[in-house]
Each structure stands twice: as structure tokens, then as C-alpha cells.
Design a protein around this ligand. Structure first.
Ligand SMILES: NC(=O)c1ccc[n+]([C@@H]2O[C@H](COP(=O)([O-])OP(=O)(O)OC[C@H]3O[C@@H](n4cnc5c(N)ncnc54)[C@H](O)[C@@H]3O)[C@@H](O)[C@H]2O)c1
Length: 261
């Protein structure tokens, strides 16, 4: 199926590494110019992705911002607009690594961490949509793709709070789809389980994080492996015109691990 993003500008958050980076490079290969974003202890990561996008013949800038801080997210979006004049596509990924360290089985979860855990799949997604939506409304067009978790669609031990924020994202996707349709803006969510080649999972499996054993078991039980490229292909589909009839949906890409309704 052709997925031509020629002439489009895409903002992909969390694109200095991991799944967001795979999505950004997939979009660049398909013709998009990129507003890249991340927040890393190694600031060179973002500039390296800028270089990769430019080597594919596209334009790119990198903006650092804490995705959990609305004023920083707004500044990132506004700088992207200053540079490119529009945002056709918003993909919201990233930010999990810092906060997932606080995920625990429920009886061990500190109530002081509840709010941060709710940000991971839900509130920081809302911050990014809020910051970009008026620019899309002005142009009466836009595609939004958010990354979430199947822990929001299927009970997953150790992810009661993260899963609850994922469930909130699923409902928010439907509600925003209804609100935004009048401006021809489509919004969908991709829901993930364990992405075998992501740095997040590699680091988690090698750690003594209390929830790591749940991830190991999921990888063993999953009939088909899922890679970052699989997610990038799905994001490309949802960002391009070939999916114009789809909005408000949550697509689980989980290698057959579970079957959320
Ligand atoms: N990797 C998996 O197996 C998995 C499983 C379930 C859900 N997910 C979903 O997929 C998304 C992407 O996952 P990933 O594997 O790429 O890991 P990730 O969420 O850690 O993304 C890495 C990116 O996030 C950025 N980042 C980290 N902290 C940030 C902060 N405070 N503010 C802004 N950016 C920050 C990094 O700079 C990097 O670009 C996650 O956010 C999550 O919603 C992933």
C-alpha cells in the first residue's frame, strides 16, 4: 500500500531513541520533514537522528523538552511551527523510561508516585495534543497517533497504575476523535506490549526491576515477536492518507499475546 508523506511535516516526540526514532526515520524515508524531540542524559542522541534524517534528503530540527511539563511541550511545538509553519502529523511516543522506574506491584506502589505513573501513557499524551491542536484546527487537517500500552486493555500484574493511564488513553482517543472530526483531524492509538528490540525492554530485562519478570514471561508466551519496525510501519499507515477512514481506534500490536476487545 503506498504511504507517501511527501511535503508533510511530522512532530514525533521521544524520537531521539527507541520506537519514536524508528517512526521518525520511517517517516523521513517516506518523504516527511521532521520535528524531533527527546530528553536524554546524552544530548548528542537527538542531533545524531537529525543527521540521519538529513542524510535521507529531508529537513529536521531537534527540540529538547520534558514531555511531563506542559510549558516545555508548548515551547517545543511553537518552535517547530516557527521553523516549518505547520504540523501535519503528531506522533506522541516516549517518556516511559524515566517514570516506569516507579512502577511496582500495587501493594508496593508509593501513593506519592500515582500522579507520575498516570502521566506515562495518558497525561503527557494530552499535553502534546493540547499544544499542537490549534495549529491543526487552523489548517482544518491533521493526523495524530499516540503510543499506549496493552496493560490498559488487559490486566497486567505490576502495571495497575500504568495500565489505568493506558485505559484512560483509549477512552480519550475516542472522545477526541469525536471532538476533532469537524476539523478533519484524525486521532488513533497504537497499543503495545513488549517490543523485543527496544532499549527500554533491553534495559528492563537486564535490571532487578520488580516488574521485569512479568515482561520476561510475556516475551516467552508471545507467539510472534514484535519489533520497533513493526510499530513504525503501523504509525506510517495511521499517519498517511490511506487510513483516512480510521479515527478513534486503538490498534494493539502484541504478537498474539492477548486479544483485547
Ligand atoms: N518498549 C516497549 O516494549 C513498550 C511497551 C509498552 C508501551 N510502550 C510505549 O511506547 C512508547 C515508546 O517506548 P520506547 O521503547 O521508545 O521507550 P521510551 O518511552 O523510553 O522512549 C524513549 C524516548 O523518550 C524520550 N524521553 C525520556 N524521558 C523523557 C522526558 N521526561 N521528556 C521527554 N522525552 C523523554 C527519550 O529522549 C527518547 O527519545 C512508550 O512511551 C510507551 O508509551 C513501549
Amino acid at each position: 500500500m503506498p504511504s507517501n508523506l511527501a511535503g508533510k511535516v511530522a512532530l514525533v516526540t521521544g524520537s531521539s531513541a527507541g520506537i519514536g526514532k524508528a517512526i521518525a526515520l520511517k517517516f523521513a524515508e517516506n518523504g516527511a520533514n521532521l520535528i524531533l524531540h527527546g530528553k536524554d542524559s546524552t544530548p548528542e542522541l537527538g542531533q545524531d537522528v537529525v543527521k540521519e534524517v538529513i542524510s535521507l534528503g529531508r529537513e529536521a530540527i531537534f527540540e529538547e523538552a520534558d514531555i511531563n511539563n506542559y510549558p516545555e511541550v508548548k515551547r517545543m511545538v511553537d518552535r517547530g511551527i516557527e521553523r516549518f509553519g505547520k504540523i501535519d502529523i503528531l506522533v506522541v511516543s516516549g517518556g516511559a523510561v524515566a517514570l516506569f522506574g516507579k512502577a511496582r506491584f500495587f501493594r508496593d506502589t508509593d501513593p506519592e508516585d500515582y500522579f507520575d505513573l498516570a502521566k506515562i501513557q495518558w497525561l503527557n499524551r494530552a499535553y502534546c495534543v493540547k499544544a499542537a491542536i490549534n495549529y491543526m484546527i487552523e489548517r482544518q487537517s491533521g493526523k495524530i497517533v499516540m503510543l499506549g500500552t496493552d496493560a490498559g486493555r488487559w490486566p497486567t500484574p505490576g502495571e495497575s497504575m500504568v495500565g489505568a493511564s493506558g485505559a484512560a488513553l483509549v477512552l480519550m482517543t475516542k472522545t477526541l476523535a469525536q471532538e476533532f472530526a469537524r476539523w478533519k483531524i484524525r486521532i488513533n492509538t497504537i497499543s503495545l506490549t513488549v517490543i523485543s528490540d527496544s532499549p527500554l525492554i533491553r534495559d528492563m530485562l537486564g535490571s532487578d526491576h520488580p516488574v521485569a519478570k512479568v515482561f520476561k514471561k510475556a516475551l516467552e508466551k508471545q507467539p510472534f515477536p514484535v519489533t520497533q519496525n513493526d510499530i513504525a510501519e503501523a504509525a506510517l499507515f495511521l499517519a498517511s492518507d490511506v487510513s483516512n477512514a480510521i479515527t478513534g481506534q486503538t490498534l494493539s500490536i502484541n504478537g498474539g499475546l492477548c486479544y483485547p476487545g
